[in-house]
Design a protein around this ligand. Structure first.
Ligand code: ZN
Length: 122
């Protein structure tokens, strides 16, 4: 590619005509290049937020991952136990209160034995 090449192009960001020095130049200036890149990033974010979900979101994926960890553990926190049986923490507190679920105190923490959870459903 010759260095003295002059191509009339239109900046894809500001849509102003400019003279490009190479055939691959898309922007009239570095500023537009940077702004366009930022805009792309922003558009991508919006697209992700509004597009119909086909795959799991990061949060959902994390839930599944932590679910797998929880099912392998014998002692659970309230949050984990609630996740395990698929109820909210406030529902779980209610289950604790009416003694549907047995809890254990350990060093100021409330611990739920997974076997107790499992036994709920047997
Ligand atoms: Zn421009």
């Amino acid at each position: 590619m010759a260095s003295n090449i002059r191509i009339e192009k239109v900046c894809i960001f500001c849509e102003q005509p400019f003279i490009a020095k190479t055939t691959v130049t898309k922007y009239c200036s570095h500023n537009c290049s940077r702004k366009y890149y930022k805009k792309q990033k922003r558009d991508e974010k919006i697209r992700k937020a509004t597009a119909p979900r086909k795959t799991m979101t990061d949060a959902e994926e994390q839930t599944v991952n932590s679910f797998e960890i929880i099912t392998k553990r014998d002692f659970l926190s309230i949050k984990e136990a609630a996740t395990l049986i698929g109820v909210s923490e406030s529902t779980f507190y209610r289950l604790m209160k009416n003694k549907t679920i047995k809890t254990h105190k350990l060093g100021g923490r409330t611990i739920i034995k997974r076997s107790d959870i499992d036994n709920l459903f047997t």
